[in-house]
Design a protein around this ligand. Structure first.
Ligand SMILES: Cc1cc2nc3c(=O)[nH]c(=O)nc-3n(C[C@H](O)[C@H](O)[C@H](O)COP(=O)(O)OP(=O)(O)OC[C@H]3O[C@@H](n4cnc5c(N)ncnc54)[C@H](O)[C@@H]3O)c2cc1C
Length: 331
């Protein structure tokens, strides 16, 4: 069957992308499928403009640059990449191969499957304030391009690490930044909260945005309401950036036959799930002391691929030749 792949990776986040590279290194016919319109996972969705600093050998890199590098690297062995397809069902066939069914009805066939689906698919929690629809073009839920906020008055809403990070990042380029948080104490890391208090960001705790206002379709201000004394205040604003968290949806994955615990798909040290031929890596997998960071997933993906390789060919080497000695990279 020509459309039968050796490995199909569900999820084209950073981990799925590197896993595809390593799969090519092991000469496996590989496909990546992602529900989003483009690969990159959480980095593309939530923080393409943020600087990532905790990957070995890369002191600092912007999210979108890391996604581009991972994508370029994944393409080395020419995997098939399918976007805009959410996998909703996975079944073993009588011949032992797997059938993956996407929401739009497309069928994918594979000898093994690697689940690199992160936290599932996501949808941001929207701002519930009057005027949100009228001023939708000035209401943002992520930052794909930081420069659009240059010289603008920006109001950020949220109290976690991401909202604090955005407020501080914008402080350097916006003309004015306000951070609105409905709680009393920010939920971000202690050090970041301290930095926030030392910055020029105007902080409004115990407040919520209740209305966006402006002329025609141009936002000019927002109204914030104090949940302690009931007072309202107007803040001049050209843009609103909301970070109220996301709804993540694992969908039907829990019915696909492998064992889940409260933090994800349970795997052993070979990244094997409880179903032979199905492996998991990255944020979705669970084992004691699992770290949900990019570097951890980049380690787990190759382990999953090596397990898949041995499942397909028990006589194959347990690991690939290191890239410096690998025949694919000889001149
Ligand atoms: C705001 C923020 C900042 C962060 N900062 C850092 C940092 O500085 N350093 C660091 O190391 N880590 C950081 N992380 C964590 C890091 O982003 C994750 O560890 C990493 O993205 C995990 O990669 P992944 O590929 O496993 O999953 P994800 O990035 O979540 O990608 C999973 C992909 O699977 C797709 N998918 C899910 N379900 C399906 C389905 N059924 N069918 C098809 N596709 C599906 C999704 O659309 C998604 O594209 C941060 C996370 C956040 C939210």
């Amino acid at each position: 069957m020509s459309n039968l792949y050796d490995v199909t990776i569900i999820g084209g986040g950073p981990v799925g992308l590197f896993t595809a590279f390593y799969s090519g290194l092991r000469s496996l016919k590989t496909k990546i499928i992602d529900a989003e319109p483009a690969v990159g996972g959480k980095i593309r969705y939530f923080y393409p403009e943020k600087v990532i600093r905790d990957i070995g050998g890369i002191p600092a890199i912007k999210g979108h640059d890391l996604v581009k590098n991972l994508h370029d690297q994944a393409l080395t062995f020419k995997p098939t990449i399918v976007c805009n397809e959410r996998i909703t069902d996975l079944k073993r066939q009588t011949d032992g191969t797997f059938l993956l069914i996407s929401e739009n009805g497309t069928l994918h066939h594979s000898k093994t499957v690697i689940i690199a689906a992160g936290s599932g698919t996501y949808e941001v929690n929207k701002l519930e304030a009057s005027g949100s629809e009228a001023f939708a073009s000035q209401l943002h839920y992520d930052i794909q391009d930081l420069t659009i906020f240059k010289g603008k008055r920006v109001v950020v809403s949220g109290g976690g690490n991401a909202a604090i990070d955005w407020a501080e990042t914008l402080d350097a380029i916006a003309s004015e930044v306000h951070l609105i948080y409905r709680g009393e104490n920010f939920k971000g890391h202690e050090e970041r909260v301290k930095e926030l208090h030392d910055s020029n960001v105007f902080i409004h705790v115990n407040h919520e945005i209740t209305a966006l206002q402006g002329d025609s379709q141009t936002l000019t201000n927002c109204v914030i309401h104090c949940n302690k004394d009931g007072n309202t205040t107007k803040i001049e604003a050209d843009a609103i950036l909301v970070n109220h968290g996301v709804k993540v949806d694992i969908g039907s994955m829990q019915n696909w036959g492998f064992h889940f615990d409260e933090s994800g798909i349970v795997v052993n040290h070979e990244m094997e799930t409880s179903v032979p031929g199905i492996y998991a890596c990255g944020d979705i997998c669970a084992y004691p002391r699992k770290m949900r960071i990019i570097a951890a997933g980049i380690h787990e993906g190759p382990i999953a691929i090596n397990s898949a390789k041995n499942y397909l060919d028990p006589d194959a080497e347990q690991v690939a030749m290191v890239s410096t000695h690998h025949e694919s990279f000889h001149d």
